[in-house]
Ligand binder design. Sequence first.
Ligand code: EPS
Length: 403
Amino acid sequence: MALDYITAGESHGPQLTAIIRGVPSGLALTAEEINLDLARRQGGYGRGARMKIEKDTVQIRSGVRKGITLGSPVTLVVENRDYQVWIDQMAPEPGPLDDRKVVTRPRPGHTDLAGALKYNHHDARNILERSSARETAARVAVGAVCKRMLEEFGVTIYSHVINLGGITVDARGMTHDEIRQAAEASDFRVARPDDESRMKDLVDHAKSEGDTVGGVYEVVVLGVPIGLGGTMNWDEKLDARLAQGIISCQAIKGVGFGMAFDVASTPGSGVQDPIGFDATSRGEVVGGTASGRGPTGGFYHMSNNAGGIEGGLSNGEPIIIRAAMKPIATLMKPLASVDLHTKEPFEAVRERSDVCAVPAAGVVGEAIVAFILAKAFQEKFGGDSLAEMRRNYDSYVEYLKAW
Ligand code: EPS
């Protein structure tokens, strides 16, 4: 069965749930590994009070026995601690609602207005509870499972922030390992710590103004073999699928690969990546090393402006994806809105929120990318069991070597 998942759960409901189907049998998986990524998602300078309330941990409820996947659906549960505070308003049992907590002044930029009209909810809380970025905790848990699968094939993923509210970080000249280590140690998940104090000032200033801050993160995938995805049909293309996944994340408004939008203002000779051949690296599996190239049978590109994908197929170079996050829509100095019932002009509702969540969004981006790549991996190599995937993968690498 093709790898797929669904998430469920309201931000202040009892729990977030994810069910993943199509995880191959025989994969070693523990809650502790998933928890590492859940903790990474909770970090970053500029988060709101909710992150102090929650300590996200996963419970594996199906699909795993004694630390090994069974091939059956994997159910992951992350409880919301804050539910205890919201139980009166959010419990599934019938009962009255507190009028003071009903949301009728939609926030510009959020789903409140269109969602309320579409689903016929006169309390926009019924929309915002699900559209909240809290849902990304479930996606990060799914991504951690997918990362585990990819690791078995030498594929690793990291992210770092390259623009925070207009302050850009230039990581050129740094190795993958250096960028990854610096980002993990940084409150802004940036490669160069010298940029952090200006970012902190920017976020503090926005907070004092009741405003919010966006930015751009980059996800990098190392060790991807040549030929994942599809070039024959629109919905098989790897970049198209990654773009859909990335854009589906709350507040993400733009996505690009490699040099991204700069392709539009650069001549073709400065955009396309010249091809070379190195017989010594035939069949090399080098995920995590300096070049980050996966198995290609010795073919390589002399630059990586394409970000590892040409014509909808991985080309073996590191996959590099950039995503632009808009500033969070919930403002403490709210913009103009209209009451859903009276139609009178009002300021939009104030909800507790983050001032800046770009570093966390990068961790979510890793998870999204992990899922899409794991799915593409399974399409190419089969996947009832990890052993079957490995046989098919090894045979593909042998085929590339013999080309
Ligand atoms: C989030 C949980 C939410 C928000 C934020 C991210 O919790 P609460 O609404 O209780 O503060 O902090 O969600 C949003 C930015 C949003 O617009 O919904 C989380 O777990 O990441």
